[in-house]
Design a protein around this ligand. Structure first.
Ligand code: NAD
Length: 302
């Protein structure tokens, strides 16, 4: 099996690094020349467009920043669908069920199988190979690529229906968004009341208020004021908008998701699209007139 990889960004690059280290020969493409250069410096073969990858690889993986870009990379001019060799396309991006179904239909016309395979676990998971990988599409295709996905994390088959794994991923991310937003709001409240941020996090983590946000995101990116967890605000906003769109099509309650969505839309406006999603605390801090600062005051600042 020859593997191709398109999209060598925050997630794609560490995944490519792992695949190369596991002995796969990779053909790669990214529209950013520096991103492409970084991967070829590790030994990957460069291609000059998505078709170039799909001409040389039977299995093409992608990790791209938006549904529009995934669709363009697959069905646009010089896209994956025009490739001579590709037999299956595995999209590791979060693009929503509708886009995954659209891609699956388009590729089926060229006898190319599609697996939607969004991932959870962040940059750390991509580096360590511990991502949760949700996969939907033909079972036989899942079985064919399982050993490749296993280099990146734990592949879980969600079902044959195209888009099912995307729906699962949006559910996962709404939960992550909810717990980060809730942790941010209570931390601002506690600091305003005079509580010590790092003590609050210790107590939450020892009690029933513990979440992934209190265990990992706050200690790593908010308390030290680094805001560098590795997931852009614009990606979080994309995922919440996709969740809201799918939930409203299903006519299910979205009161909580809408409130959470408004908080991140505010973060997008004030902190900017490329800000880290942990920046959600900043508009709350501004409104309250406090800062969640867990740095040791005894240490000299850099
Ligand atoms: P990113 O923006 O860091 O990387 C995307 C890469 O795609 C960039 O290198 C960019 O140059 C490239 N690209 C853009 N347009 C292209 C095109 N037309 N052709 C080829 N390459 C193109 O994004 P990321 O954080 O790596 O996220 C990628 C996907 O993974 C997104 O769908 C995101 O929602 C999902 N995801 C991210 C994380 C995370 O923690 N960052 C976690 C889980 C899932």
């Amino acid at each position: 099996m020859t593997v191709g990889f398109i999209g060598l960004g925050t997630m794609g690059f560490p995944m490519v690094t792992r695949l190369l280290a596991a002995g796969h020969e990779l053909v790669v493409y990214d529209s950013s020349a520096p991103a492409l250069h970084k991967a070829t410096a590790l030994g990957a073969e460069p291609a000059d467009c998505p078709k170039g990858v799909a001409d040389r690889a039977d299995t093409v993986l992608a990790s791209l920043p938006s549904p529009q870009i995934s669709q363009q990379v697959v069905t646009g001019t010089d896209g994956v669908a025009e490739g001579d060799r590709v037999a299956r396309f595995v999209d590791l991006s979060t693009i929503g069920a509708q886009s995954a179904q659209h891609i699956s239909r388009k590729l089926a016309r060229q006898q190319i199988a599609a697996l939607d395979s969004p991932v959870s676990g962040g940059v750390g998971g991509a580096e360590k190979g511990t991502l949760a990988i949700m996969v939907s599409g033909p079972r036989a295709e899942f079985d064919a690529v399982r050993h490749v996905l296993a280099v990146l994390g734990n592949p879980i088959f969600v079902g044959e229906q195209p888009g099912a794994a995307q729906t699962m991923k949006l559910i996962n991310n709404l939960m992550a968004a909810a717990t980060l937003a809730a942790t941010a709001e209570v931390m601002v409240m506690g600091v305003k009341a005079g509580l010590e941020p790092s003590v609050m996090i210790d107590v939450l983590n020892a009690g029933s208020g513990a979440t992934h946000a209190s265990r990992d995101k706050f200690p790593r990116a908010v308390l030290p004021r680094t805001f560098d967890f590795g997931f852009a605000t614009q990606l979080m906003v994309k995922d919440i908008r996709l969740y809201l769109s799918e939930a409203s099509a299903l006519q299910v309650p979205t009161d909580l998701a809408e409130a959470i969505g408004r908080l991140w839309e505010t973060t997008l406006q004030t902190a900017g699209p490329r800000s880290d999603f942990t920046s959600i605390v900043k508009p709350m801090e501004t409104a309250a007139g406090v800062e969640i600062d867990g740095r040791d005051p005894g240490l000299p600042s850099e």
